[in-house]
Design a protein around this ligand. Structure first.
Ligand code: AMP
Length: 406
């Protein structure tokens, strides 16, 4: 990718940034997204989300602020549950940032207040999982006020939670001057930039399970893209709607008519629309299941498409060759099973090799590029699944709207 293309496209963030605040000696409540995957022994299996927040945390420390970090992890249902404790995140953060991180077992209350009042400039504390409090997801005013009471300023650096109307994302902003951290800004700049001012030709690759999950993305991009490539489970609703037999492949019956309308509408606008021409089929989605390679028009009953085939990979890769901007959301097949991952990984390599600004956002696509070993060659990988999807659908993110205007 050329340097010229790697420059982030300027977004339209008209909100306060952490850089606009004089934070020396101030207490900053930084909402981060440390919602990392944990295995059964409570080990962090991927710490990318922690590493993505380091720029903001390091800046705050270097400027002499007192840093209070807060996040959720998992879905603990509003009460303490040690399986979702952030204690191991505190240890990992400490190792990554090479500074002491004090873990506080409660988000609010006298013990937390007293620990925060004893902080010196440059100190870091991490609060326990926000979602151990039922009030967090209810956007409770009292709880928001109590969180705000810990700090002088609020910083949102949790792009992955910015689509949530929760106390630590929205409620708290009523009580404190509120600004965006660097990760949030970068996410918005890239994703909004690609939607509003893509360098063309602009190609969108959409995959994943269902058409219904991506409809609004297609609609929102309709007037900006030059090519749309559809793979993954959602492709078979389109193919069935065109009259092909797709066997037992994933099909959303109630979307058939809609899929045809979308395809025809997109083509009528002069946009090229690509579907898989061949696919790998299996009788069950299990490792070790027998597979066959067939054309997309010939999927027998009793078999389902689980991956795109080599002719589709070639077709899609050729379609990417002239692209200057590529947005990819959703895998091409059931890539979690090794035998069905080849199509997704091949497309990941084609995206990575493209001479284009490449953006991977939403769903499991970040995991797919990481497993394909090409993360380093992608211009930008969004940290927010649901939030990225909502932004690509053209929706406002409550966590962003709530920040203080410039
Ligand atoms: P999404 O969250 O909508 O991006 O969907 C991601 C999921 O789609 C992954 O877990 C894939 O296993 C699944 N997926 C991709 N292709 C297929 C397919 N052909 N049939 C069923 N599921 C699929």
């Amino acid at each position: 990718m050329s340097d010229e293309l790697s420059v982030p496209i300027k977004g339209v963030l008209n909100k306060l940034s952490i850089k606009d605040l004089d934070i020396k000696g101030k207490r900053l409540f930084i909402r981060v997204d440390f919602n990392v995957p944990l295995d059964e022994n409570h080990n962090i299996t991927d710490d990318r989300r922690i590493r993505s927040a380091l720029a903001t945390i390091n800046y705050a420390i270097d400027e002499g602020a007192k840093v209070i970090l807060a996040s959720h992890v998992g879905r603990p249902k509003g009460k303490p549950d040690h399986r979702f404790s952030l204690s191991s995140v505190a240890r990992r953060l400490q190792r990554l940032i090479k500074k002491d991180v004090t873990f506080l077992p409660e988000c609010t209350g006298p013990n937390t207040e007293s620990a925060v009042s004893r902080m010196s400039d440059g100190d870091i504390v991490l609060l326990e999982n926000l979602r151990f409090n039922i009030e967090e997801e209810r956007n409770d005013e009292q709880f928001s006020r109590a969180l705000a009471g810990l700090a002088d300023y609020y910083i949102n650096d949790a792009f992955g939670a910015a689509h949530r109307n929760h106390a630590s994302v929205v409620g708290i902003t009523k009580f404190l001057p509120s600004a965006a951290g660097f990760l949030l800004q970068k996410e918005i700049e890239y994703l909004q930039g690609v939607i509003n001012h893509p360098v063309r030709p602009f190609v969108a690759i959409l995959g994943g399970a269902k058409v219904s999950g991506k409809i609004d993305v297609i609609r929102n991009l309709e007037d900006k893209v030059d090519k749309v490539i559809v793979g993954g489970g959602m492709a078979y609703t389109f193919l069935k709607a065109m009259g092909f037999n797709v066997g037992d492949s994933l099909v959303e019956q109630n979307m058939l008519e809609f899929a045809n309308d979308i395809r025809k509408g997109v083509i009528a606008k002069g946009i090229k629309f690509y579907l898989p021409v061949d696919c790998v089929i299996a009788q069950s989605i299990e490792a070790g299941a027998e597979t066959k390679l067939v054309t997309s028009q010939e999927i027998p009953n009793g078999w389902k498409a689980v991956d795109i085939g080599p002719a589709s990979v070639k077709l899609f890769s050729e379609a990417l060759e002239s692209a200057k901007t590529i947005l990819w959301n959703g895998p091409m097949g059931v890539f979690e099973v090794d035998a069905f991952s080849r199509g997704t990984f091949s497309v990941a390599h084609s995206v990575a090799d493209a001479y284009a600004l490449t953006i991977v956002g939403g769903g499991d696509t970040d995991l797919a590029v990481s497993r394909a070993g090409v993360s380093e060659s992608i211009s930008f990988i969004s940290t927010g699944g649901g939030a990225a999807l909502e932004l690509l659908e053209g929706k406002d993110l409550p966590g962003l709207v709530a920040l203080t205007d410039k």
